[in-house]
Design a protein around this ligand. Structure first.
Ligand code: SAM
Length: 331
């Protein structure tokens, strides 16, 4: 059985290597469905909730809760400068508009997503901040290649639902961290969302003998080899991920949290915050700004309660993720 497993793993690795840009292909192939189709999606509540968690991060670490003004204004800047690594189709542009940033650079490996992000920026009323968009693999290439040596550093770097793709190899993790550290000003903030290795370990421990994964009607996680509960070295632990109406069978990589946190210190990044998505819900749901925002983002009807999200497959899928923030030392 072990031989079979080794063979299957070797075959899978060869397939992944041959299709080195499988992630880019996947995201380039995702159609821009438009607002109407987004609103009839079977994961509309989950999307709303994920968006709310990102808004919580921005609210906690970028904007001042009382004044809604940007807290990370630096020097003569009107508002913070933001680098969005893995920005996708620009789904966070409105959030950044609300945070009153003054400059935004969006980078993503999928060039079609970058074109769509640029279109979305053009559609923003009043062009509230300057923006540039670049198609680039920010886990393999130094961003100096696209930003140039004279570009000033950023107040905030955001990596939403994408950093786990860097954990394919040590080179990619180190390239990602070098890019973050090089382009974040001292005192600047890194925020992001990734699958939680703690959740992965809990789910693997609950598997019955022979089972390779878990899931529900919304999402599925499937390991090719024997599912692991320890991750050494901390990169290269792949699983296939499926999320209804969003991600179809893409290889993702475990981000072993403590190893990531230790590595980040080598790049002058110290942890400020780490909470699972369920904890973020319990922490922030009654906040006077974030609570009503959650109801709006979940698009609740008058007679509906948040319980519709809290119980059910979308809630379980949301528990797969955690939100984090780091600060670059030296301010
Ligand atoms: N951040 C966006 C959001 O929250 O809506 C998009 C998230 S999507 C799940 C993951 C994104 O990471 C995709 O747009 C994908 O193309 C991007 N990505 C994956 N690997 C990347 C890499 N090496 N460099 C830049 N972007 C990458």
């Amino acid at each position: 059985r072990r031989e079979d497993e080794e063979m299957a793993r070797a075959k899978e690795e060869a397939r992944l290597r041959a299709k080195g840009d499988v992630v880019r292909l996947h995201y380039n192939e995702r159609p821009e469905v438009g607002r109407e189709a987004r609103e009839s999606s079977p994961i509309i509540r989950l999307r709303g909730f994920n968006n709310w968690v990102k808004s919580c991060l921005i609210s906690k670490f970028v904007t001042d809760e009382d004044t809604h003004r940007s807290a990370y204004c630096h020097g003569s800047r009107r508002g913070p400068w933001v680098l969005d690594m893995g920005c996708g189709k620009g789904g966070d542009l409105l959030k950044w508009q609300k945070a009153r940033i003054s400059r935004y650079v969006g980078v993503d490996i999928a060039e079609i997503s970058i074109m769509q992000a640029r279109d979305r920026y053009r559609d923003l009323r009043g062009r509230p901040f300057d923006a540039d968009f670049h198609a680039v693999d920010c886990f393999s290439e130094p961003l100096i290649n696209i930003l140039g040596p004279n570009h000033p550093s950023f107040d905030v770097i955001s990596m939403q639902f994408c950093m786990h793709y860097a954990f394919q190899s040590e080179d990619k993790v180190r390239c990602m961290l070098s890019n973050v550290s090089r382009w974040l000003r001292p005192g600047g903030i890194l925020i992001g969302t990734i699958p939680s290795s703690d959740t992965i370990v809990d789910k693997v421990k609950a598997l019955k003998s022979g089972e390779k994964g878990w899931g529900n009607s919304i999402y599925r996680v499937e390991f090719q080899g024997e599912p692991q509960t320890t991750f050494r070295p901390p990169w290269g632990h792949s699983y296939r991920f499926f999320l209804k109406d969003a991600v179809e069978d893409v290889p993702e990589y475990v981000v072993p949290w403590e190893a990531f946190r230790a590595l980040a210190t080598e790049y002058d990044l110290s942890m400020l915050y780490r909470r699972g998505f369920h904890d973020v819900f319990h922490d922030e749901k009654d906040d006077r700004n974030l609570g009503p925002l959650l109801d709006r983002m979940l698009k609740l009807q008058h007679d509906e309660s948040r319980e519709n999200l809290v119980s059910g497959d979308e809630w379980d899928a949301a528990g797969f993720y955690l939100a984090f923030a780091f600060r670059k030392s030296g301010a």
